[in-house]
Design a protein around this ligand. Structure first.
Ligand code: SAM
Length: 452
């Protein structure tokens, strides 16, 4: 349970306040404003929160509460609307944007964060009255939120998880994967995911898991509950492990890199896969377009006491000095497979992005293959659940590329995840896989060899 900020002190509440809000409302006001940025403009949640004037004055606890509240709303806006809607005598007018979002927030506190009803209702009624835009709904919000507290849970728990996604994404997933799978994938992002760690090559995952209170998944990833600061977990300063979703750790493993081989990691930042490759003792070059993000690869390598050559360049234009043994291409994508970890990203993407990113991916795939020596291996992956950014690439690429062949992934390479191997021999992970153990991100992964 997340702790709400303390209750407001006893003092008169004015229906419409002018000037600054009282401090006890800062966290909720920041969450409300950041949520408007997420839903209306696709602004990332963290940027929206940090941009709020009240943010600087908020303590760690209030910031954590604001983040948790906003994330809860972003994960389940449809279910929250259903619970609120069921308690309204008539729908709110379309123009009541602030009031609608404030009711969502109040409902999230009551139904997800377990804030005591009196504290949640009082705070949101006060916030409703704090802006001329929503002050007219102050009385209504009091009645509605009380009803939500009493009997909203039944409606909330029955709501269709597909209603928590932007409409275009829900329609796409239903068409691509079928309504039941789409529903399960949407449900998998309705709560916060566990923390996944990849151990350094020579480190012992079982020892680390025992030390930090986690467990080792069949693929070797260490998983534990995501509580507290990552920096405070044993082994962080010495770089014994790094944060990486269990699915994100698979592409580098499937490349089967050996000590001394020449390898390029294309589109490398923040560097989780670079670290995996460098830890094998291979001669690794990390190529990243964004020089600022490349600094993060550098910092992550330093913490893990690993090394790689760092190149700030467009991977579509960069060429190695000599043909390579192996290339890993983790191409830029819509990242719809990572909504468990970044639920706000669903609102920063548009359907057109799928097509434009697929074009960039095809160009990068051609460039990556051209870097290989005969016999060389390429692993191509994206963290998208859209087929145009995964499955659809491979037949088209093989058709247009002489000397390219798919190297099918075998079940023996994939302990506990055989379901993820498609009949074609590529890998498709989905958020609803390993559902009982906390799920995993959605990735498409294909391994290709250069035969000549
Ligand atoms: C999915 S992220 C990569 C994650 C990374 N491989 C990891 O495991 O930590 C995609 C990265 O590709 C970079 N990028 C986008 N277009 C690129 C290009 N044409 N050449 C090189 N990097 C690019 C982005 O800046 C972003 O850092």
């Amino acid at each position: 349970m997340t702790h709400a900020p303390s209750r407001r002190p006893a003092r008169p509440v004015h229906p419409v306040r002018s000037g600054a809000l009282p401090a006890h409302l800062h966290a909720r006001a920041a969450a409300l404003a950041a949520l408007r940025g997420v839903f209306d403009a696709g602004t990332p949640l963290d940027a929206g929160l940090a941009g709020r004037p009240e943010w600087a004055a908020m303590d760690v606890r209030d910031r954590a509460f604001a983040r948790a509240l906003a994330a809860a709303v972003i994960r389940q806006p449809g279910a929250l609307d259903a619970a609120v809607g069921a308690m309204l005598d008539r729908p709110l007018p379309d123009t009541a944007l602030r009031a609608r979002l404030a009711l969502r927030c109040g409902a999230a506190e009551l139904l997800i964060l377990s804030t005591p009803p009196h504290a949640a209702v009082d705070a949101w009624v006060e916030l409703m009255g704090a802006s001329p835009e929503s002050a007219g709904f102050r009385k209504l919000s009091n009645a509605v939120l009380r009803r939500v507290a009493e009997k909203g849970a039944a409606v909330f728990n029955r709501a269709d998880p597909l209603g928590d996604l932007p409409d275009w994404l829900a329609a796409r997933w239903s068409e691509a994967w079928g309504p039941n799978a789409a529903r399960a994938m949407a449900a998998a992002r309705s709560g916060p995911p566990p923390l996944d760690l990849t151990a350094r090559h020579e480190a012992d995952p079982a020892r680390i898991a025992a030390e930090i209170g986690g467990k080792v998944l069949p693929t070797g990833t260490i998983r534990r509950e995501a509580i507290g600061l990552v920096e405070d977990i044993a082994g962080y300063p010495g770089g014994d492990w790094w944060v990486q979703d269990a699915a994100a750790a698979l592409p580098a493993r499937l490349l089967n890199v050996r000590r001394g081989e020449t390898v390029a990691d294309l589109c490398a930042a923040p560097g989780g896969k670079t670290l995996q490759l460098a830890a094998t003792g291979a001669d690794v070059t990390a190529v990243e377009l964004n020089a600022r993000r490349l600094k993060r690869v550098e910092a992550n390598l330093a913490r893990a006491r690993l090394s790689a050559r760092l190149v700030a360049a467009d991977a579509a234009d960069w060429r190695p000095d000599a043909p390579l043994d192996a290339v890993l291409l983790d191409a830029p994508c819509t990242a719809t497979g990572t909504l468990r970890r970044r639920p706000d990203a669903a609102w920063s993407k548009r359907e057109e992005d799928v097509r434009s990113l697929a074009r960039i991916q095809a160009r990068l795939l051609d460039a990556a293959f051209a870097m290989l020596k005969p016999g060389g291996r390429l692993v191509f992956c994206t963290c998208s659940l859209e087929r145009e950014e995964g499955e659809d690439h491979i037949p088209a690429f093989l058709f247009r590329t002489p000397g390219a062949a798919l190297d099918p992934v075998g079940p023996e390479e994939f302990p506990g995840l055989a379901d993820a191997i498609a009949p074609e021999g590529w890998v498709r992970t989905r958020p609803d896989m390993w559902a009982d153990a906390g799920g995993l991100d959605g990735f498409f992964i294909a391994r290709i060899v250069r035969t000549a």
